[in-house]
Design a protein around this ligand. Structure first.
Ligand code: PLP
Length: 431
């Protein structure tokens, strides 16, 4: 498999180069040259296959010759080594729970897959030792830290804003040690992001340290998200019409992967991007004009994105044809007030606790069903409600029970390196 840059000013590369470099030299995102079709035999047998086998079948054509099948099988098995249950919530609505990974974030799968691919390339000497540099406002950093922990040949440096992440998130970032270093920045998330950007642009640094990022721009983090949809299809009732699929969306990496799986032949119905007040994509689907804006804060903060980085990939998938896109993909915008109302209603009537991101998706699905008749649908539950105590606890009336993986972090020593908002200080640290 070759990947081309969506800006078309860079050479085509294989999976290894796309993974190691992240972005094309012209600044474009990489996109696969062909869309592999899932084989009829695979689709027939899907329900009986293990998660690792499903993952190997889906990922192999994208990885091509870059990693031999036996090694790729091992990488796949580790990347999906937890549960992805499809849970009934109410009549006509099921939730695909993606928060049973080590950091309770759906980003665990992509982070684990990418880390093991990078580790494979580094150990074979295909690349110099790699430093993964990420800025986080919370969830991405934890998933990346946990995903890369102990991977030989890869150092991880995470910048987070001091005092601005939740206690659980800070524990996930700062208690692991080994090849993970947390830099506690005396500033905001935007400061962290600006420092990371500057590091990637520094020619002197580039000569002396091989830096790469770990966000969903990277194909090795983006593409394995197709697996969630395969695991959902394994569990969707046999013989039922394919589900309407509602995806809480921020940078649109996850939903774009789902659309890719659908284009490859996975039996899935209409897709809906569920957004909060940050709605450049819903506006695009309504008007045909895409206008990025500054992000506004909401309760579903992982989706507070004003200029979604993967939107260009969605355009490419539909050949830049709005009519084609509308035939497969809708979008909706849900306010914070409606988000809270949905959490309360679903808890009171069905005893199921949604997190704010899941509640945005639930609301979008209910609106779609009200307009289109009772088609069965599923929402992707992307975060565990325990991460949003300020929103869910007033509704519950008590604290949410901490899951075991989080309890295990309690009491472990925090280790972070304080850093001023000063690029020279970051550079000195990296060198
Ligand atoms: C990252 C994230 C999203 C958004 O996913 P994208 O792939 O960026 O659209 C949604 N919900 C949660 C909880 C997230 O952490």
């Amino acid at each position: 498999m070759k990947y081309y840059s969506l800006r078309h000013q860079s050479p085509r590369v294989d999976f290894r180069t796309a993974t190691v470099t992240g972005q094309a030299p012209d600044g474009g995102l990489y996109f696969p040259e062909t869309l592999p079709k899932l084989l009829p035999g695979f689709l027939r047998e899907l329900r009986t296959l293990s998660k690792a086998t499903v993952a190997l079948n889906v990922m192999q054509p994208y990885v091509g010759n870059a990693i031999p099948a036996a090694d790729l099988h091992g990488i796949c098995a580790e990347a999906v080594d937890f549960e992805f249950p499809l849970v009934p919530v109410a009549a006509g609505v099921a939730a695909l729970e993606l928060f049973h990974g080590p950091t309770l974030a759906f980003k665990d799968v992509g982070a684990r897959f990418m880390s093991r691919c990078l580790g494979y390339f580094a150990q074979r000497g295909d690349t110099p030792p790699v430093t993964v540099l990420v800025a986080t406002s919370g969830d991405t950093g934890g998933a990346v830290a946990s995903g890369f922990l102990g991977v030989a040949g890869v150092e991880v440096v995470i910048l987070y804003p001091s005092g601005k992440v939740s206690p659980v998130q800070e524990q996930q970032l700062t208690t692991l040690g080994q090849n993970i270093t947390a830099l506690e920045v005396q500033g905001t998330f935007d400061d962290c992001q600006a420092l990371v950007k500057q590091a990637f642009q520094d020619a002197d640094l580039a000569k002396r340290r091989f830096l790469t990022s770990a966000n969903s721009i990277n194909v090795a983090r983006w593409l394995p998200q197709q697996l969630y949809y395969c695991f959902a299809a394994q569990q969707w009732p046999e013989g039922a019409a394919p589900p309407v699929v509602v995806v809480p969306s921020g940078n649109f990496g996850n939903i774009c992967a789902g659309l890719l799986a659908r284009a490859s032949g996975l039996p899935l119905g209409h897709f809906i991007a569920a957004c909060n007040a940050n709605e450049p994509v819903p506006a695009y689907l309504r008007t045909g004009t895409f206008t990025p804006r500054a992000a506004v804060p909401t309760f579903s903060n992982a989706m507070d994105v004003g200029n979604p980085s993967n939107f260009v990939r969605i355009l490419e998938l539909f050949d830049n044809d709005l009519t084609k896109m509308r035939a497969a993909l809708g979008a909706d915008t849900v306010s914070d007030a409606d988000t809270v109302a949905a959490i309360r209603q679903v808890w009171n009537e069905h005893g199921y606790l949604l997190d704010p991101h899941g509640a945005v998706a639930y609301t979008a699905l209910r609106r779609y069903q009200a307009e289109h008749g009772e088609t069965g649908g599923m929402i992707l539950a992307t975060a565990h409600p325990v991460k949003f105590p300020n929103v869910v606890e007033p509704i519950l009336g008590h604290a949410v029970q901490l899951p075991e993986v989080v309890q295990a972090l309690q009491g472990r020593a925090k280790r972070s390196v304080p850093l001023a908002v000063d690029f020279e200080a970051l550079k000195a640290f990296l060198l």
